[in-house]
Design a protein around this ligand. Structure first.
Ligand code: CA
Length: 349
């Protein structure tokens, strides 16, 4: 194994596309919600742990999230990461009432913009939004673009509501108009989904995140959000939240459901199959999924041009995974696309 270095000696730069941060303001507000017993079991499980756990993992995650400077840069250097595309961590400000959410979101975007200005070669930002106020969020997406951000972070459901509801469409409309992708990131499963996961400690990134986020993306597809916003670009992490692997059965059974009028609300989609949207509107990163067989599978199913590298800092800071992916069985051109050029094109860097 060669020493990991930035600068592209291996034939490509490494751009990590799903990296997280938090502001002290959001962290303090999470701690307040935890103390108040905020009624959201996914949030309570996630931030009840990460906001205060004295474990080595708890401390490392908080330190990493809070750093937009020295520590983050040193960790990126040690792992050979040239650029990090950084977003407010889950669940963002989705858990707050609109006024507090907007104030915290504005501040988070301002802080991230300042860090990106200070380290323009290393940091790229995503615009945080406050989906409790979709019209305001649409304006914040424009402000984010003006600040130089290259995507929008959507941290999953909004207090149990998924964003296929029409009231959230101003967010999609704004992103589509600007050509900026939306990164749909997991958070704890919604209240309606979480019970049997939580009962066995499976609600977090281990599985529940993927269940909730894959479901969220599927809902966006079958509701026709991409028919309404055909140029909307949506990015999901974790190898596509399992949907590529499921795509054959999704297509077959969705078509069968539509043909048989089983559900009055289930309408034919303009592109026909669910998988057609995965190949048209959706891009996939491999955050937390340093698994070459899955990467090669997604190449075959979605196309090499749709898949990207991510680390998932600080939640999965594993330099060994970077070297393992450097060494994976994939042509040099494909590796360059995976680590660098796809991200440059999709995020318009
Ligand atoms: Ca993440």
């Amino acid at each position: 194994m060669t020493e990991l270095k930035t600068g592209g000696a291996q034939g490509y730069l490494r751009i990590a596309t799903e990296e997280a941060f938090i502001t002290q303001g959001v962290l303090d507000a999470y701690m307040r919600l935890v103390a108040e017993g905020f009624d959201d079991p996914g949030f309570a499980s996630l931030w009840g742990f990460y906001s205060s756990s004295p474990s080595a993992r708890g401390v490392q995650i908080r330190d990493g999230l809070l750093s937009l400077g020295t520590k983050r840069l040193a960790d990126m250097d040690a792992a050979g990461i040239d650029k990090g595309i950084i977003a407010l961590t889950a669940p963002g400000t989705h858990v707050f009432q609109a006024d507090e959410a907007k104030a915290l979101t504005t501040d988070a975007n301002d802080q991230l913009a300042e860090a990106c200005r200070a380290h323009p070669d290393r940091f790229v930002g995503m615009t945080a939004i406050a989906p409790a106020d979709p019209a305001w969020s649409a304006r914040e997406i424009q402000r984010g673009a003006d600040l130089g951000f290259k995507a929008v972070i959507l941290n999953g459901h909004v207090n149990g509501e998924y964003t296929d509801h029409e009231k959230y469409f101003p967010i999609f409309e704004a992103a589509e108009a600007l050509g900026t992708p939306i990164y749909l990131h997991p958070q704890g499963p919604s209240k309606g989904l979480i019970a049997p996961l939580l009962e066995r400690g499976l609600d977090g990134a281990v599985y529940g995140f993927g269940v909730d986020t894959g479901l969220h993306l599927l809902r966006l597809i079958v509701t026709g959000v991409f028919d309404r916003f055909p140029n909307l670009k949506l990015i999901v992490g974790h190898g596509g939240e399992a949907l590529p692997y499921w795509s054959y059965r999704l297509d077959y059974m969705h078509a069968a459901g539509v043909r048989s009028n089983r559900y009055e609300f289930l309408k034919p989609l303009k592109l026909g199959a669910i998988s057609a949207y995965l190949k048209t509107n959706v891009f996939v990163t491999f955050s937390g999924m340093a698994f070459p067989p899955a990467i090669r599978f997604c190449k075959e199913v979605l196309g090499m041009e749709r898949i990207m590298y991510a680390m998932d800092y600080p939640y999965q800071y594993e330099p060994d995974e970077v070297s393992a992916q450097d060494d994976m069985e994939l042509s040099p051109e494909d590796k360059r696309a995976f680590f660098q050029t796809n991200a440059e094109r999709i995020f318009n860097l």
